[in-house]
Design a protein around this ligand. Structure first.
Ligand code: FEO
Length: 395
């Protein structure tokens, strides 16, 4: 069945309960592909669903009583939202596609869709009769073609990926969840930001400013994944402001891997140092850890300490892989430290520091030693934890 967002505006998306790997992102709680119908005298469908989920979309359209779609607004051409554009075009042959200039290119390059489309830019309006859509281009939040659609009369923002989270649910609105469930949902929204949007934080700031400058009133923010915001709009906006400006909690994340447990023992010693300063920490051994979650913890923690042994003059492979992933997402505004055991050449710690420097982290210190740590090294490791913690606390 469908869900009514406001009279004449309906959720007609699909819930994907079983997806656990979304192009490498660990979707522990599944996801949804949210599509929306806006029904004036004419009917607009805003976004579609991932290929393979068309039947859910079409059943819900039928449930709303939609027999004709006049416009298909493509806010974003990525496959989880535009993967059923062709199916919609086949079912509704008279539909006109509405997208921006980059969307038109994307539709052609990704799907071979080269029909006439209505190209819109920020501020353009599409009158449906009784309902008016306007558009806000949001380039690189998180693809070049990304765009938001706003229903003027109802103050409903359909921002596609922005403000979303991977979370499958039988409930659609934030006010239907318990406080405990909302804690999980906000964490999933943080996870989404950390793993999908973080690299584009400057652009997010511009979009937030644009929303303010346009004076958009927001009764509802209905993203393309997860739950719909109508009760906690100030909270999610505030979190986007914080995440995009590099605000983080006064805590430290320690991530490492280990060959013969010398680097692991050191990680525990570093952690003791963090505790000495009364700062909270979390610790992850990468071989057993969910990268998606670790990346989230990095975003929300002010301090980042990374440990790696040296293997064949390189970083240990799990650490190398994770740091390549992290570097691509460009976390910023972090206090950092590095440590690692080695047998003879010992390049790993220097390579960690190089990556920190590329990210402009404030590197407080690093410790490297041969094989197992002696008393002096143990104290240096503990002091590394203390000094990162002190700076995290701002003292
Ligand atoms: Fe949910 Fe960028 O697609």
């Amino acid at each position: 069945m469908h869900v009514t967002i406001k009279p004449g505006i309906y959720w007609v998306g699909a819930v994907d309960w079983n997806v656990r790997d979304f192009h490498g992102y660990h979707t522990q709680y599944g996801t949804s592909y949210n599509a929306y119908v806006v029904k004036g005298d004419k009917v607009a469908l805003v976004d579609t669903v991932k290929h393979g989920f068309e039947s859910q979309l079409f059943e819900r359209l039928e449930h709303v009583g939609i027999e004709q779609i006049d416009y298909l607004v493509v806010n974003h051409v990525e496959m989880d939202h535009a993967g059923s554009v062709k199916a919609v075009m086949e079912k509704f042959p008279d539909v006109k596609i509405v997208t921006n200039a980059r969307g038109k290119i994307g539709l052609k390059e990704a799907y071979g869709i080269d029909e006439d489309v209505i190209i819109v830019k920020t501020g353009d309006k599409l009158e449906l009769g009784g309902k008016t859509l306007t558009f806000i281009e949001t380039p690189m939040v998180h693809w070049p073609d990304s765009m938001a659609t706003y229903v003027i009369e109802d103050r409903v923002l359909l921002p596609n990926d922005a403000f979303g989270m991977h979370y499958a649910s039988s409930k659609r609105f934030d006010d239907e969840f318990s406080q405990e469930e909302m804690g999980r949902i906000f964490f999933e929204a943080a996870k989404y930001y950390a793993n999908i949007v973080l690299l584009y934080s400057n652009q997010v700031q511009k979009v937030l400013k644009q929303i303010e400058e346009l004076g958009l009133e927001l009764d509802v923010i209905a993203p393309s994944h997860g739950i719909i915001w109508r009760d906690k709009i100030p909270e999610i906006l505030q979190r986007y402001k914080a995440w995009s400006s590099g605000e983080a909690d006064e805590r430290v994340i320690i991530i490492y891997d280990s060959m013969w447990l010398h680097t692991e023992e050191a990680a525990f010693e570093v952690a003791e140092g963090v505790v000495d300063e009364g700062v909270e920490f979390r610790l992850y051994r990468l071989k057993n850890s969910d990268w998606t979650e670790v990346m989230t913890e990095i975003m929300i923690s002010k301090g980042v300490i990374v440990g790696s042994p040296t293997l064949n003059r390189e970083l240990f492979p799990t650490v190398a892989g994770f740091l390549a992933y992290m570097k691509g997402l460009k976390p910023f505004n972090k206090v950092a430290g590095a440590f690692g055991s080695y047998g003879w050449s010992g390049e790993a710690v220097g390579k960690i520091v190089d990556i920190f420097n590329q990210l402009k982290f404030d590197v407080v210190g690093s410790v490297r030693w041969k094989y197992s740590a002696d008393e002096k090294t143990l104290e240096e490791l503990r002091e590394l934890g203390r000094s990162v913690a002190r700076k995290v606390r701002g003292s």
